[in-house]
Design a protein around this ligand. Structure first.
Ligand code: COA
Length: 157
C-alpha cells in the first residue's frame, strides 16, 4: 500500500467495519509510522482488499484485514494474510498478536487456519457495541527469506 491507496482503503474500511479508521489514521500509518506495513489486493485495477500490521522488534500486531463482500470466499483474505505474515517474519517478528470481535466467525476461522489461537478475552473492548475481543497469538510464522530487502526510505518526501 502506498499514499495513492489511502482513500480507496479507507473507503473499504468504511463499508466493511463498524468503526472504521479515519483518513488521517491511514495517512499517518503510510507516511509516518516507521513500524507500520500495509498491503492491498487489486482486481482489474480496483482495490478490493487490504491488511495491515505494526512490527516492533520481535512482535507483529495485526491492525486490520478486509476484503469487499463480493470478493470473499476466493482465497484473497488468505493470500493477503499469508503475505503479511511472511513480511513480518522477514522484518524479524517471531510472534504475532491481534484482537477480533468474539462474534466474527469468518475472521476467527481465517486466523485459526494460519495457526493463531486464543489466549485471552478483553471484556467490552469495542466501544461501538461493547462486544468482547478475543486476543489471539501466533508463534509459528513462515520462514524468513534470506534475500529479503526493503527500500531504505519507505516514506515519500
Ligand atoms: N464463515 C466461516 N469462515 C469463513 C467464512 C465464512 N463465511 N468465509 C471465510 N471463512 C474462513 C475459512 O476458514 C476460510 O478458509 P478456507 O476457505 O480454507 O476454509 C478463511 O476464512 C479464508 O477465506 P478467504 O476466502 O481466504 O478469505 P476472504 O477473502 O473471504 O476474507 C475476511 C476473509 C475475514 C478478510 C473477510 O471475511 C472480511 O473482510 N470480513 C470483514 C472484515 C473483518 O471482519 N476483518 C477482521 C477484523 S479483526
Amino acid at each position: 500500500m502506498t499514499s495513492s491507496d489511502i482513500e480507496a482503503v479507507q473507503k473499504i474500511d468504511g463499508i466493511v467495519n463498524k468503526a472504521p479508521w479515519s483518513l488521517e489514521s491511514y495517512t499517518f500509518e503510510i507516511t509516518q509510522n516507521p513500524v507500520a506495513r500495509y498491503f492491498v489486493a487489486e482486481f482489474n485495477n480496483d482495490l478490493i482488499g487490504f491488511c495491515g500490521m505494526q512490527v516492533i522488534i520481535d512482535e507483529g500486531h495485526i491492525t486490520n484485514i478486509a476484503v469487499l463482500e463480493e470478493h470473499r470466499g476466493k482465497g484473497i483474505g488468505s493470500s493477503l494474510f499469508y503475505n503479511m505474515l511472511s513480511y513480518a517474519s522477514n522484518l524479524g517478528a517471531v510472534y504475532m498478536t491481534l484482537e477480533v470481535r468474539k462474534s466474527n466467525a469468518p475472521a476467527i476461522a481465517l486466523y485459526k487456519k494460519f495457526g493463531f489461537f486464543t489466549v485471552s478475552t478483553r471484556k467490552n473492548y469495542y466501544p461501538d457495541t461493547g462486544e468482547d475481543a478475543y486476543i489471539m497469538v501466533l508463534y509459528k510464522l513462515p520462514e524468513a527469506s534470506p534475500d529479503f530487502t526493503e527500500p531504505e526510505t519507505l516514506f515519500e518526501d
